[in-house]
Ligand binder design. Structure first.
Ligand code: KG4
Ligand code: ZN
Length: 340
Protein backbone atom coordinates (compact mmCIF):
# COMPACT_ATOMS: atom_id res chain seq x y z
CA UNK A 1 0.00 0.00 0.00
CA UNK A 2 1.20 3.51 -0.89
CA UNK A 3 -0.24 6.51 0.93
CA UNK A 4 0.06 10.19 0.09
CA UNK A 5 0.19 12.43 3.20
CA UNK A 6 -0.96 16.06 3.10
CA UNK A 7 -0.22 18.42 6.00
CA UNK A 8 -1.59 21.99 5.87
CA UNK A 9 -2.71 22.66 9.46
CA UNK A 10 -0.55 25.73 10.09
CA UNK A 11 2.36 27.41 8.29
CA UNK A 12 4.01 24.46 6.57
CA UNK A 13 2.82 22.63 3.48
CA UNK A 14 4.10 19.07 3.96
CA UNK A 15 3.67 16.29 1.40
CA UNK A 16 4.99 12.72 1.57
CA UNK A 17 4.53 9.23 0.17
CA UNK A 18 4.73 6.27 2.56
CA UNK A 19 5.04 2.76 1.17
CA UNK A 20 4.14 -0.31 3.27
CA UNK A 21 7.16 -2.25 2.00
CA UNK A 22 9.82 0.39 1.49
CA UNK A 23 8.89 3.01 4.09
CA UNK A 24 9.09 6.68 3.22
CA UNK A 25 9.56 7.11 -0.56
CA UNK A 26 9.74 10.91 -0.58
CA UNK A 27 8.78 13.92 1.47
CA UNK A 28 8.85 17.65 0.84
CA UNK A 29 8.13 20.64 3.02
CA UNK A 30 7.43 24.18 1.98
CA UNK A 31 7.71 26.56 4.92
CA UNK A 32 5.82 29.86 5.02
CA UNK A 33 8.18 31.35 7.62
CA UNK A 34 9.21 34.23 5.34
CA UNK A 35 5.59 35.26 4.82
CA UNK A 36 4.75 35.36 8.54
CA UNK A 37 8.09 36.52 9.91
CA UNK A 38 7.33 40.21 9.26
CA UNK A 39 4.19 39.91 11.43
CA UNK A 40 5.95 38.07 14.26
CA UNK A 41 3.55 35.10 14.06
CA UNK A 42 1.25 33.17 11.75
CA UNK A 43 -1.43 35.19 9.90
CA UNK A 44 -4.19 32.59 9.28
CA UNK A 45 -5.60 34.09 6.06
CA UNK A 46 -2.15 34.36 4.47
CA UNK A 47 -1.46 30.77 5.52
CA UNK A 48 -4.55 29.37 3.76
CA UNK A 49 -3.92 31.38 0.59
CA UNK A 50 -0.37 30.12 0.39
CA UNK A 51 -1.42 26.49 0.98
CA UNK A 52 -3.82 26.85 -1.98
CA UNK A 53 -0.92 27.87 -4.22
CA UNK A 54 1.66 25.39 -2.96
CA UNK A 55 -0.15 22.11 -2.22
CA UNK A 56 -0.78 20.79 -5.76
CA UNK A 57 2.69 21.65 -7.17
CA UNK A 58 4.26 20.11 -4.06
CA UNK A 59 2.22 16.91 -4.53
CA UNK A 60 3.49 16.71 -8.12
CA UNK A 61 7.14 17.22 -7.16
CA UNK A 62 6.94 14.77 -4.24
CA UNK A 63 5.44 12.09 -6.51
CA UNK A 64 8.19 12.78 -9.04
CA UNK A 65 10.80 12.41 -6.32
CA UNK A 66 9.16 9.13 -5.22
CA UNK A 67 9.23 7.94 -8.84
CA UNK A 68 5.53 7.10 -8.96
CA UNK A 69 2.40 8.49 -10.59
CA UNK A 70 -0.86 9.46 -8.86
CA UNK A 71 -2.43 6.24 -10.20
CA UNK A 72 -0.01 4.22 -8.09
CA UNK A 73 -1.41 5.65 -4.85
CA UNK A 74 -3.67 3.42 -2.74
CA UNK A 75 -4.89 6.04 -0.29
CA UNK A 76 -4.74 9.69 0.72
CA UNK A 77 -4.20 10.91 4.29
CA UNK A 78 -4.71 14.53 5.21
CA UNK A 79 -4.58 16.50 8.45
CA UNK A 80 -8.18 17.25 9.47
CA UNK A 81 -7.30 19.03 12.74
CA UNK A 82 -6.46 20.53 15.11
CA UNK A 83 -5.15 23.67 13.46
CA UNK A 84 -6.22 26.76 11.52
CA UNK A 85 -9.66 26.30 9.92
CA UNK A 86 -8.85 27.80 6.51
CA UNK A 87 -5.49 26.06 6.28
CA UNK A 88 -7.00 22.69 7.23
CA UNK A 89 -9.78 23.09 4.64
CA UNK A 90 -7.21 23.38 1.84
CA UNK A 91 -5.64 20.00 2.66
CA UNK A 92 -9.01 18.38 3.32
CA UNK A 93 -10.56 19.60 0.06
CA UNK A 94 -7.55 18.63 -2.04
CA UNK A 95 -7.14 15.28 -0.25
CA UNK A 96 -10.78 14.26 -0.61
CA UNK A 97 -11.03 15.41 -4.25
CA UNK A 98 -7.85 13.61 -5.22
CA UNK A 99 -9.04 10.43 -3.51
CA UNK A 100 -12.38 10.65 -5.29
CA UNK A 101 -10.72 11.25 -8.65
CA UNK A 102 -8.39 8.30 -8.14
CA UNK A 103 -11.14 6.13 -6.58
CA UNK A 104 -9.02 5.37 -3.51
CA UNK A 105 -9.94 5.82 0.18
CA UNK A 106 -9.10 9.03 2.04
CA UNK A 107 -8.52 9.20 5.76
CA UNK A 108 -8.49 12.18 8.09
CA UNK A 109 -5.49 12.31 10.40
CA UNK A 110 -5.24 14.01 13.78
CA UNK A 111 -2.21 16.30 13.65
CA UNK A 112 -1.05 15.40 17.18
CA UNK A 113 -1.44 11.67 16.49
CA UNK A 114 0.84 12.30 13.52
CA UNK A 115 3.43 13.90 15.83
CA UNK A 116 3.03 11.13 18.40
CA UNK A 117 3.68 8.40 15.81
CA UNK A 118 6.57 10.24 14.08
CA UNK A 119 9.33 8.36 15.99
CA UNK A 120 7.80 5.05 14.81
CA UNK A 121 8.29 6.12 11.21
CA UNK A 122 11.97 5.17 11.35
CA UNK A 123 12.00 2.84 14.36
CA UNK A 124 9.74 -0.16 14.05
CA UNK A 125 10.85 -1.63 17.38
CA UNK A 126 8.80 0.85 19.42
CA UNK A 127 5.70 -0.84 20.81
CA UNK A 128 2.53 0.26 22.61
CA UNK A 129 1.87 1.03 25.41
CA UNK A 130 4.14 4.03 25.90
CA UNK A 131 4.27 7.41 27.51
CA UNK A 132 4.29 10.38 25.12
CA UNK A 133 5.25 13.98 25.75
CA UNK A 134 3.84 16.14 22.97
CA UNK A 135 5.50 19.54 22.80
CA UNK A 136 4.53 21.86 19.96
CA UNK A 137 3.41 25.42 19.30
CA UNK A 138 -0.16 24.63 20.34
CA UNK A 139 0.14 21.67 22.72
CA UNK A 140 2.01 20.51 25.82
CA UNK A 141 0.56 17.16 26.77
CA UNK A 142 1.54 14.01 28.60
CA UNK A 143 -0.28 11.06 27.08
CA UNK A 144 -0.54 7.42 27.98
CA UNK A 145 -0.70 5.78 24.54
CA UNK A 146 -2.30 2.36 25.14
CA UNK A 147 -2.72 1.46 21.46
CA UNK A 148 -3.14 3.20 18.13
CA UNK A 149 -6.06 5.58 18.66
CA UNK A 150 -6.36 4.83 22.39
CA UNK A 151 -4.93 7.80 24.24
CA UNK A 152 -5.34 8.87 27.86
CA UNK A 153 -4.49 12.44 28.79
CA UNK A 154 -2.34 12.50 31.94
CA UNK A 155 -1.55 16.21 32.00
CA UNK A 156 -1.42 19.32 29.84
CA UNK A 157 -0.66 23.01 29.93
CA UNK A 158 -3.33 25.07 31.65
CA UNK A 159 -2.31 28.14 29.62
CA UNK A 160 0.42 28.65 26.96
CA UNK A 161 1.98 25.67 25.19
CA UNK A 162 5.74 25.36 25.70
CA UNK A 163 6.49 26.13 22.02
CA UNK A 164 4.23 29.17 22.24
CA UNK A 165 6.18 30.37 25.31
CA UNK A 166 9.45 29.93 23.36
CA UNK A 167 7.94 31.94 20.48
CA UNK A 168 6.63 34.75 22.71
CA UNK A 169 9.89 34.99 24.66
CA UNK A 170 11.80 35.14 21.37
CA UNK A 171 9.54 37.89 20.02
CA UNK A 172 10.09 39.95 23.16
CA UNK A 173 13.87 39.49 22.75
CA UNK A 174 13.57 40.76 19.17
CA UNK A 175 14.29 37.37 17.59
CA UNK A 176 12.71 36.02 14.40
CA UNK A 177 9.67 33.71 14.19
CA UNK A 178 9.52 30.81 14.96
CA UNK A 179 11.34 31.60 18.15
CA UNK A 180 12.21 28.16 19.55
CA UNK A 181 15.32 27.53 17.41
CA UNK A 182 16.44 31.17 17.86
CA UNK A 183 16.17 31.02 21.66
CA UNK A 184 18.12 27.75 21.62
CA UNK A 185 20.81 29.33 19.44
CA UNK A 186 21.46 32.43 21.55
CA UNK A 187 21.12 30.46 24.82
CA UNK A 188 24.48 28.87 23.92
CA UNK A 189 26.12 32.21 24.75
CA UNK A 190 24.25 32.56 28.07
CA UNK A 191 25.91 32.55 31.49
CA UNK A 192 24.37 29.69 33.49
CA UNK A 193 24.63 31.28 36.95
CA UNK A 194 23.24 34.66 35.96
CA UNK A 195 19.51 33.99 36.50
CA UNK A 196 17.44 31.24 38.09
CA UNK A 197 13.88 31.22 36.73
CA UNK A 198 10.95 29.51 38.51
CA UNK A 199 9.87 25.96 37.59
CA UNK A 200 6.09 26.45 37.32
CA UNK A 201 3.75 23.91 38.95
CA UNK A 202 6.51 21.62 40.14
CA UNK A 203 5.99 22.23 43.87
CA UNK A 204 2.55 20.61 43.82
CA UNK A 205 1.46 17.15 42.74
CA UNK A 206 0.06 16.45 39.28
CA UNK A 207 1.17 16.37 35.68
CA UNK A 208 -0.17 19.67 34.37
CA UNK A 209 2.05 22.47 33.07
CA UNK A 210 1.91 26.25 32.99
CA UNK A 211 4.11 28.43 30.77
CA UNK A 212 2.41 31.81 30.77
CA UNK A 213 4.01 32.95 34.07
CA UNK A 214 7.47 31.77 33.01
CA UNK A 215 7.21 33.77 29.78
CA UNK A 216 6.18 36.88 31.78
CA UNK A 217 9.08 36.28 34.17
CA UNK A 218 11.45 36.24 31.19
CA UNK A 219 9.96 39.47 29.81
CA UNK A 220 10.20 41.26 33.18
CA UNK A 221 13.77 40.07 33.73
CA UNK A 222 14.86 41.28 30.31
CA UNK A 223 13.10 44.65 30.71
CA UNK A 224 14.85 45.19 34.04
CA UNK A 225 18.26 44.46 32.47
CA UNK A 226 20.53 46.69 30.38
CA UNK A 227 19.21 44.84 27.30
CA UNK A 228 22.69 44.03 25.97
CA UNK A 229 23.22 41.00 23.67
CA UNK A 230 24.67 39.21 26.72
CA UNK A 231 21.48 39.97 28.71
CA UNK A 232 19.44 38.50 25.85
CA UNK A 233 21.51 35.32 25.88
CA UNK A 234 21.26 35.06 29.68
CA UNK A 235 17.45 35.40 29.62
CA UNK A 236 17.17 32.90 26.75
CA UNK A 237 19.29 30.36 28.64
CA UNK A 238 17.43 30.81 31.94
CA UNK A 239 14.07 30.51 30.16
CA UNK A 240 15.08 27.42 28.17
CA UNK A 241 16.54 25.71 31.24
CA UNK A 242 13.42 26.35 33.35
CA UNK A 243 11.02 25.35 30.54
CA UNK A 244 12.83 22.08 29.77
CA UNK A 245 13.61 21.15 33.38
CA UNK A 246 9.88 21.40 34.09
CA UNK A 247 9.10 19.04 31.21
CA UNK A 248 11.73 16.59 32.45
CA UNK A 249 10.44 16.64 36.02
CA UNK A 250 6.85 15.95 34.87
CA UNK A 251 8.06 13.09 32.66
CA UNK A 252 9.87 11.62 35.67
CA UNK A 253 6.63 11.78 37.66
CA UNK A 254 4.64 10.23 34.83
CA UNK A 255 7.15 7.37 34.49
CA UNK A 256 6.78 6.67 38.21
CA UNK A 257 3.00 6.92 38.10
CA UNK A 258 2.49 4.66 35.06
CA UNK A 259 5.52 2.31 35.33
CA UNK A 260 5.76 2.51 31.54
CA UNK A 261 9.17 1.66 30.11
CA UNK A 262 9.06 3.66 26.87
CA UNK A 263 8.94 7.43 26.53
CA UNK A 264 8.32 9.23 23.25
CA UNK A 265 8.99 12.94 22.90
CA UNK A 266 7.51 14.54 19.79
CA UNK A 267 6.41 17.86 18.29
CA UNK A 268 8.45 20.91 17.27
CA UNK A 269 10.12 21.47 20.66
CA UNK A 270 11.54 17.90 20.55
CA UNK A 271 14.16 19.33 18.15
CA UNK A 272 15.70 21.20 21.11
CA UNK A 273 19.13 19.78 21.99
CA UNK A 274 18.98 20.75 25.66
CA UNK A 275 15.65 18.89 25.90
CA UNK A 276 17.25 15.80 24.36
CA UNK A 277 20.22 15.89 26.75
CA UNK A 278 17.91 16.32 29.71
CA UNK A 279 15.56 13.49 28.64
CA UNK A 280 18.50 11.19 27.80
CA UNK A 281 19.75 11.74 31.34
CA UNK A 282 16.30 10.93 32.73
CA UNK A 283 16.21 7.75 30.63
CA UNK A 284 19.52 6.61 32.10
CA UNK A 285 18.35 7.38 35.65
CA UNK A 286 15.02 5.57 35.30
CA UNK A 287 15.95 2.73 32.92
CA UNK A 288 13.34 3.92 30.41
CA UNK A 289 13.89 3.92 26.63
CA UNK A 290 13.41 7.37 25.16
CA UNK A 291 12.71 8.01 21.47
CA UNK A 292 12.55 11.18 19.39
CA UNK A 293 11.48 11.81 15.79
CA UNK A 294 14.21 12.04 13.16
CA UNK A 295 15.63 15.51 12.47
CA UNK A 296 13.15 16.32 9.67
CA UNK A 297 10.12 15.01 11.51
CA UNK A 298 10.04 17.05 14.76
CA UNK A 299 8.30 20.09 13.32
CA UNK A 300 5.30 19.82 10.99
CA UNK A 301 5.74 17.52 8.01
CA UNK A 302 3.78 15.36 5.60
CA UNK A 303 5.64 12.13 6.43
CA UNK A 304 4.05 11.76 9.86
CA UNK A 305 0.61 12.28 8.29
CA UNK A 306 1.25 9.73 5.51
CA UNK A 307 2.47 7.21 8.12
CA UNK A 308 -0.42 7.75 10.58
CA UNK A 309 -2.83 7.59 7.64
CA UNK A 310 -1.25 4.37 6.43
CA UNK A 311 -1.71 2.74 9.86
CA UNK A 312 -5.37 3.78 9.87
CA UNK A 313 -6.02 2.79 6.25
CA UNK A 314 -4.91 -0.74 7.10
CA UNK A 315 -8.25 -0.98 8.94
CA UNK A 316 -10.46 1.82 7.60
CA UNK A 317 -11.91 2.20 4.11
CA UNK A 318 -13.75 5.49 3.88
CA UNK A 319 -14.64 6.60 0.38
CA UNK A 320 -17.26 9.19 1.30
CA UNK A 321 -17.05 12.55 -0.43
CA UNK A 322 -18.02 14.45 2.71
CA UNK A 323 -15.20 16.10 4.62
CA UNK A 324 -14.78 18.35 7.58
CA UNK A 325 -11.98 20.25 9.26
CA UNK A 326 -11.76 20.20 13.03
CA UNK A 327 -9.81 23.21 14.34
CA UNK A 328 -10.33 21.94 17.90
CA UNK A 329 -10.12 18.19 18.16
CA UNK A 330 -9.01 16.53 21.43
CA UNK A 331 -6.61 13.64 20.88
CA UNK A 332 -8.60 11.63 23.44
CA UNK A 333 -11.65 11.73 21.09
CA UNK A 334 -9.83 9.37 18.73
CA UNK A 335 -10.73 5.70 18.57
CA UNK A 336 -8.63 2.77 17.38
CA UNK A 337 -8.89 2.32 13.58
CA UNK A 338 -12.07 0.55 12.52
CA UNK A 339 -13.87 1.40 15.77
CA UNK A 340 -14.73 5.00 15.03
O1 KG4 B 1 5.05 20.83 15.87
P1 KG4 B 1 5.28 22.18 15.35
O2 KG4 B 1 6.09 22.33 14.08
O3 KG4 B 1 3.94 22.91 15.06
C1 KG4 B 1 2.80 22.78 15.86
O4 KG4 B 1 2.11 21.75 15.75
O5 KG4 B 1 2.62 23.72 16.65
O6 KG4 B 1 5.95 23.02 16.52
C2 KG4 B 1 6.33 24.34 16.34
C3 KG4 B 1 6.88 24.85 17.64
C4 KG4 B 1 7.16 26.34 17.61
O7 KG4 B 1 6.62 26.93 18.78
C5 KG4 B 1 8.69 26.39 17.61
O8 KG4 B 1 9.20 27.57 18.20
C6 KG4 B 1 9.04 25.16 18.41
O9 KG4 B 1 8.11 24.19 17.98
N1 KG4 B 1 10.41 24.71 18.15
C7 KG4 B 1 11.40 24.72 19.10
C8 KG4 B 1 12.58 24.29 18.44
N2 KG4 B 1 12.28 24.02 17.14
C9 KG4 B 1 10.95 24.29 16.99
N3 KG4 B 1 11.38 25.06 20.40
C10 KG4 B 1 12.55 24.98 21.09
N4 KG4 B 1 13.71 24.58 20.53
C11 KG4 B 1 13.79 24.23 19.23
N5 KG4 B 1 14.94 23.85 18.69
ZN1 ZN C 1 2.67 20.29 14.72
Amino acid sequence: MRVLGIETSCDETGIAVYDAKHGLLAHEIYSQIEIHNQYGGVVPELASRDHIQKTLPLIDSTLRQAGISKRQLDGIAYTAGPGLMGALLVGAAIGRSLAWGLQVPAVQVHHMEGHLLAPLLENKTIEFPFLALLVSGGHTQLIKARALGDYQLLGESIDDAVGEAFDKTAKMLGLDYPGGPQVEKIAQQGQPEKYLFPRPMTNRPGLDFSYSGLKTFAINTYNASEKTPQDKANVALAFQTAAIDTLTLKCKRAIKQTSLKTLIIAGGVSANQYLRQSMDKLATQTGVNVHYPGKDFCTDNGAMIAFAGYLRLLHEHHTSLAFSALPRWPLTDLRPPGEG
